[in-house]
Design a protein around this ligand. Structure first.
Ligand code: LCV
Length: 259
């Protein structure tokens, strides 16, 4: 059974993440369907994309599929991790992607939402960045996405507490473009998409790529990169990383010990 629903109309493509039994956890299978839909939209000449969950959902996405995180001394968020593949596919989509957000956005799903070009959320939406809850070492791409969207003190609070922030705060921070009541959000989002479709797709896609390249333009030395990777390795080789994942599977609180 398909984990997403896709629709196309008036050069606007919609992807509905539709695996509510697992709260749209970003499994490899779900991500593969989304990236295939984006490829297919490109071939069809779609000029704006809406990424959403079913109307009225309580959870937009529960983030990385925790059951798929590696347990044995391997970087859980490496280059070919499905979540990274999805982030790149959204960032590299020539058609702007609008995130229509209802419900909770957890962990890696925050990064997916923040990788979208425009975010429109319902009043009940919340955003939590959760690696510390699981004992996961966030990677450089993930931190850069966060740093490009959120002022450092708030980013630190979100990363260190792993607590959700309400949509009003996300709006104040400029992470979310608009907050709209649930009965207005669909027409509003499709109105935005229509105004994108009315403009030059070449101009838009080139500006999108320029902005992507500029916002990721930071140089680090090989030594610094090795140091960061070494620090991250300490985390994914630790007892706490295994404990975070095991505790989630066993539906209990983790007992972290800092080793
Ligand atoms: C697999 C799940 C998940 C899930 N994976 O429903 O950015 S990082 O570093 O944090 C990165 C590694 C990451 O993104 O990690 C994931 C971060 N996500 C979270 O911490 C949220 C985990 N989920 C939850 O806290 C709850 O599921 C929420 C609050 C989202 C919804 O609660 P609710 O009571 O509505 P359940 O917890 O009962 O979940 C329903 C089913 O979905 C599975 C969960 O195991 C359960 O499966 P079973 O019915 O088979 O028991 N599920 C939920 N989230 N991220 N599986």
């Amino acid at each position: 059974m398909s984990l997403i629903i896709t629709e196309t109309q008036n050069a606007i493509g919609t992807i509905v993440m539709n695996h509510s039994a697992k709260r749209n956890a970003l499994s490899e299978a779900l991500i593969c369907e989304i990236t295939m839909a984006l490829d297919s939209f490109r071939e069809q000449g779609i000029r704006a994309v809406v990424l959403r969950a079913p109307a009225g959902t309580r959870v937009w996405s529960a983030g990385h599929d925790i059951s798929e995180l590696p347990t044995g001394g391997r970087d859980p968020l490496g280059w070919s991790d499905p979540l990274r593949v999805l982030i790149r596919a959204i960032q590299e989509s020539s058609a702007p992607v609008i995130a229509l957000i209802e419900g909770g956005v957890w962990g890696g799903a925050c990064e997916v939402a923040m990788a979208c070009d425009i975010l429109v959320a319902a009043p009940e939406a919340t955003f939590a960045i959760t690696p510390a809850k699981l004992g996961v070492p966030y990677n450089l791409g993930g931190l850069l996405t966060v740093m490009n969207m959120i002022p450092l003190p708030v980013a630190k609070e979100m990363l260190f507490t792993a607590q959700p922030i309400p949509v009003a705060q996300a709006l104040n921070l400029g992470v979310v473009n608009y907050v709209k009541p649930t009965d207005e959000i669909d027409p509003f989002v499709y109105g935005l998409a229509a105004s994108i479709v009315a403009n030059s797709p070449l101009s838009i896609s080139v500006m999108k790529e320029e902005l992507r390249l500029l916002s990721s333009a930071r140089s680090i030395t090989p030594e610094l990169f090795e140091r960061i990777q070494g620090l991250r390795r300490l985390v994914y080789d630790s007892h706490d990383y295994r404990e975070g994942i095991t505790a989630f599977g066993e539906k209990r609180k983790p007992h972290f010990r800092g080793t």
